[in-house]
Design a protein around this ligand. Structure first.
Ligand code: 13P
Length: 259
């Protein structure tokens, strides 16, 4: 079901004590109606869960392998993540695709494994700068989305959250123009409608990610097709993440959203 959502991807940052401190600060200050999910590093998941378990913030992991258990040294499974209180998992992040060579076939296996184990995947899609300059944005998004969701039935697909994260906007300080991001989100909704029949595209939550900060979230949040944000750098600081949250709430309260 479509919902307003703010996600904080802490990436490879924060020791356990720093994670506890940030989670405690967020827990104290987040009280609105929009959903918040934080994605600490694996080493801090259990400690952060202990801090947030009785509040409204939910816990996510930044990646996982698709097998449930076995001889896969260095990997973490959906089963093990669920065991420490994780309910969401980021899959297909551009850093996984481009630094660690993950392809759509592997990402699709992970999406299916997450769903099977009751974890909600946040499937990331997005074009590089070169692909954008060559006019390939829609081709790339289509390949990543349809590949990532291959052989997933309607009911399960509804549980997937999509994040549009243009690679050129990640960590660069240059966010996509709200209208541009909005039109890619619309393209994603249309693709989902076409692929699944009916209006699944209207019901899936789609986040924008890439250099979100407290100065641009309101304008992005006012866009009808943008349901929220996946924040990297600005999620590492309690005050800035809370400011983003409040501004997203304000933006969504002034939009005829999800109708
Ligand atoms: P930044 O917000 O630092 O650009 O990172 C975005 C991102 O990759 C979130 O997953």
């Amino acid at each position: 079901m479509r919902e307003v959502l703010l996600a904080g991807n802490w990436k490879m940052n924060k020791t356990i004590s720093e994670s506890i401190e940030l989670a405690a600060c967020l827990k104290q200050s987040i009280s609105g109606s929009s959903k918040v999910i934080i994605f600490p590093p694996f080493t801090a998941l259990t400690s952060v869960y202990d801090v947030i378990k009785e509040g409204k913030i939910e816990l996510g992991a930044q990646n996982m392998y698709f097998e449930e258990y076995g001889s896969f040294t260095g990997e973490v499974s959906p089963l093990l993540l669920a065991d420490v209180g994780v309910r969401y998992v980021i899959l297909g992040h551009s850093e996984r695709r481009h630094i660690f060579g993950e392809d759509d076939i592997l990402i699709n296996k992970k999406v299916k494994a997450a769903l099977k184990n009751d974890l909600r995947p946040i499937l990331c899609v997005g074009e590089t700068l070169v692909e954008r300059q060559e006019g390939l944005t829609e081709n790339v998004i289509e390949r990543q989305l349809i590949g990532g969701l291959d052989s997933i039935m309607n009911a399960a697909a509804l549980k997937v959250i999509v994040a549009y994260e243009p690679v050129w906007a990640i960590g660069t300080g240059i966010n996509a123009k709200p209208e541009e991001a909005n039109s890619v989100h619309k393209f994603i909704r249309n693709l989902l409608n076409k692929n699944y029949g009916g209006n699944l595209g209207e019901e899936v939550t789609i986040l924008y990610g890439g250099s979100i900060n407290s100065g641009n979230i309101e304008e992005l949040g006012r866009m009808e097709e943008i349901d929220g944000g996946l924040v990297g750098g600005a999620s590492l600081d309690c005050r800035s993440f809370i400011e983003i949250y409040k501004k997203l709430e304000r933006a969504k309260s002034t939009v005829a959203w999800g109708e």
